[in-house]
Design a binder for this molecule. Sequence first.
Ligand SMILES: Cc1cc2nc3c(=O)[nH]c(=O)nc-3n(C[C@H](O)[C@H](O)[C@H](O)COP(=O)(O)OP(=O)(O)OC[C@H]3O[C@@H](n4cnc5c(N)ncnc54)[C@H](O)[C@@H]3O)c2cc1C
Length: 386
Amino acid sequence: MTELFPDYRPAWETENHRLIREHAREFFTREATPHQERWAEQHCVDRDFWNKTGAAGLLAPEVEEQYGGAGGDFGYEAAVFHELNKAGDTAFGYSIHSSISVHYLSTYGTEEQKRRWLPGTVSGDLVVAIAMTEPETGSDLQAIRTTAIRDGNHYVVNGNKTFISNGTHCDLVIIVAKTDPAARGKGISLIVAETKDLPGFQRGRVLAKIGQHGQDTRELSFTDMRVPVENLLGGEEGKGFGQLMDQLPRERLLIGISGLAMAEAAVLETIAYVKERRAFGAPILNFQNTKFELAECKADVLAGRALVDYGIGRCLDGTLDASTGSIIKLWGSDKQCEIIDRCLQLFGGYGYMMEYPIAQKYAAARVQKIYGGTNEIMKELIARTL
Ligand SMILES: Cc1cc2nc3c(=O)[nH]c(=O)nc-3n(C[C@H](O)[C@H](O)[C@H](O)COP(=O)(O)OP(=O)(O)OC[C@H]3O[C@@H](n4cnc5c(N)ncnc54)[C@H](O)[C@@H]3O)c2cc1C
């Protein structure tokens, strides 16, 4: 069984969305699933996997045709990201690059910036990271200390960032920095650093995590790093905080999409396992407890897909608001952790062994409640609308 709900069709899905979904499924099952263990050991995907994904037409499919993209809508991103997670990948920093960072470049970039950067982000020649979090501040984004002070035709950037996904491979980093250090949110700007041979740019250690071992999550530091003023995203200072707030609901929806996709994959692999594994002379599936556990998990996955598809519809029609994005992230990540935990239990001791994909999913899931804004912050945002 490769589908939990073979007849399920999201209301927003067009024929083109279906085609890219099927293409992505075939591509990631062939090119990503078999490499998980190796990627985990080397703490990053192979660099050329970015170009392979680009050549397959799956990177940044929303980028307009004039900049080398497919000119698709958010449904393309959603379909590709869903399939990446269904394929059991826990290594590829796809959404940080394609769905999030590239979207900043195409939404806020000047014409010149878009011409310069977007084609490379589609081909995989340019991998993008976004650096908001600092050692002393994550949730309280307005308190960041990284500064970008204008000096002639450059910004001089100083500061430290941590937990940065795509930290090893990034060719471009969207740095959240204060161009006016005396102000809070109003002093924040997004500065795009081109990292190749950039004096003052340093990649710190690769961080050892409890899961997602194949992701290159790193510290980055900037010491008197000179970035040309043309690299201020959108060309106007002080707009960064607003840009981040406008885009975070979309990022949170993506966490919900990946969470439910991975939970669905977990249920599928558990069904296969309990049909094979025997105890007391019969398959584990025969126990009523096993059936009831998986029945509840299956029901939750369907409920989750409906919620996520509601969010995708809202994103497509431009009405996804902060509270709805937060609800989907909160519920989707909580359910992901719960479903995968229940599935893991049915594997017995094998569920605790990292060579089993269910264990990798369990370890990978935990962070979904933390990044993209913690689930406590999600509740704060939802509560503002009560
Ligand atoms: C694997 C991984 C990848 C990441 N990738 C990136 C990336 O690519 N780019 C990037 O910029 N960041 C990234 N992050 C950082 C992530 O977004 C932050 O860790 C997250 O926003 C939380 O910030 P913090 O870790 O500083 O926690 P803190 O803000 O210190 O929070 C600690 C605790 O306090 C709680 N808390 C804080 N404020 C409140 C409040 N007002 N009300 C109630 N509770 C509160 C939090 O919910 C949490 O439980 C990544 C993190 C991880 C672990």
